[in-house]
Design a protein around this ligand. Structure first.
Ligand SMILES: C[S@@+](CC[C@H](N)C(=O)[O-])C[C@H]1O[C@@H](n2cnc3c(N)ncnc32)[C@H](O)[C@@H]1O
Length: 396
């Protein structure tokens, strides 16, 4: 197996963004998950060296730091991290030498998962899996499904999916002649010459990608549309196992389509809200830095298309019937992805309260007897509905 670049020489923008999302998610995740009172395990399945050669921390050090900080505040908590690494286990052990509750497993992810599933598995645990391989070939969909079938107390996955690399490889394997943009080559891509369409089916969770590429070949889809369709198909497969899936598309400067997707899957609405907000924040930060960086998420046109209607209109469109605030937020994120934060939606509802929207709170009063203005979707019942508007009469 060859790798075209020295991945760990310095931390590139894409890795910085992945790490930022992971870093921002873990603190609120651990704070929430500790309330379950159950053991929690974070598994970094393609862990790497722990530190880049330029000194910057990789995902293992970020995870270790979160484990250490929650343990410092709650020493009795059963929170541990496991790091699987095939090639750099020695460096990783050195870099994690002083990290509490962190274990390095030297070996192949696939073997580790098979072994894990074949042993007695303690289901009464929370698991967070971070999947960050170089390419996509190790990301067997079936393993995700089998892990999910175990029925852990909770299971969440953050998957780095090189969707463009996948489609490019698909074109090669299917001997398609249509031009795949050169830039779809990935510096980090592994080539072992042993790939075949059946293996690609295993990664994608089905053969739907072949029909998508046939449409690309026929000219009915451009590469951008093919990528969008592929990620929609992938999301559909994940949604068969997890209640909620959200992703952040990342482009490289000067190319107008996503190259990578960081895909998150969870069964818990709170996980969905946290991650969607986290991805949105990463997107905002990237937009601010965009002028100088190599990565970007959306062109101005994409941004307009993504944000589309006003936020009030988007909320309005979901309220065919009155909805619990939590359910409304879930629907909005499912439909509009990371275009807005949960805070922005709540602010829009509050701004429109009494005018566009009616908000009924139970309890209606605060403990001090004042009318409740709460927008806390976890406390009490908050039902949002549309206030019917008087028709404007032309003759009046
Ligand atoms: C993209 S790097 C991970 C970077 C890491 N997340 C970070 O932030 O520093 C992928 C790592 O997975 C390892 N790897 C590749 N295939 C593997 C496999 N099948 N099982 C375990 N580790 C693997 C590589 O040696 C490499 O260190």
């Amino acid at each position: 197996m060859t790798l075209n670049s020295n991945f760990f020489a310095e931390k590139r923008d894409w890795s910085k963004l992945k790490d930022q999302i992971l870093d921002h998610y873990l603190a609120p995740y651990l704070a929430k998950i500790k309330t379950t009172g159950r053991p929690t395990r974070i598994a970094d399945c393609f862990a790497g060296k722990g530190r880049f050669d330029d000194g910057q921390p990789g995902s293992p050090l970020i995870i270790a730091q979160h484990v250490a900080s929650i343990l410092a505040r709650n020493p009795a908590l059963d929170v541990k991290a496991v790091f699987i690494e095939q090639k750099y286990a020695t460096e990783l052990r050195t870099n994690l030498a002083t990290a509490a509750n962190c274990r390095v497993i030297e070996g192949e992810y696939e073997q580790c998962v098979r072994r894990f599933l074949s042993e007695h598995v303690n289901r009464d645990r929370n698991y967070f899996f971070y999947m960050d391989p170089y390419g996509f070939k190790s990301l067997s969909f079936d393993y995700f499904a089998r892990l999910k079938e175990v029925g852990f107390r909770s299971l969440e996955m953050l998957i780095n999916l090189n969707s463009t690399g996948f489609l490019r490889e698909g074109c090669r394997l299917l001997n398609l002649t249509c031009a795949v943009p050169d830039w779809a080559d990935d510096l980090d891509f592994e080539t072992d010459g042993k790939n075949h369409p059946a293996r690609m089916n295993e990664v994608a969770g089905g053969d739907y990608w072949q029909a998508i590429l046939a449409d690309f070949q026929a000219g009915t889809l451009d590469f951008h549309q093919a990528e969008e369709k592929f990620i929609a198909g992938y999301t559909d497969r994940l949604v068969m196992h997890f209640k909620y899936v959200v992703n952040i598309p990342i482009k490289e400067r000067s190319h107008h389509m996503p190259k990578y997707r960081l895909v998150f899957a969870t069964d818990h609405h709170e996980g969905l809200f946290l991650m969607a907000d986290d991805m949105h924040a990463a997107w905002r930060k990237l937009l601010e830095q965009e002028r100088g960086g190599q990565l970007y998420l959306f062109s101005d046109e994409d941004l307009e298309a993504l944000r589309g209607a006003t936020i009030h209109d988007k909320v309005f469109a979901e309220l065919q019937v009155p909805l619990h605030l939590r359910e409304l937020l879930i629907r909005l994120i499912k439909k509009h992805g990371i275009a807005h934060t949960t805070g922005e939606y709540k602010k829009a509802i509050k701004e429109g309260e009494g005018d566009m929207f009616s908000v009924t709170r139970d309890p209606a009063k605060t403990p001090t007897g004042r009318p409740s203005l709460s927008m806390d979707h976890n406390k009490g019942r908050i039902i949002v509905s549309v206030i019917p508007q008087e028709p404007v009469l032309l003759q009046s």
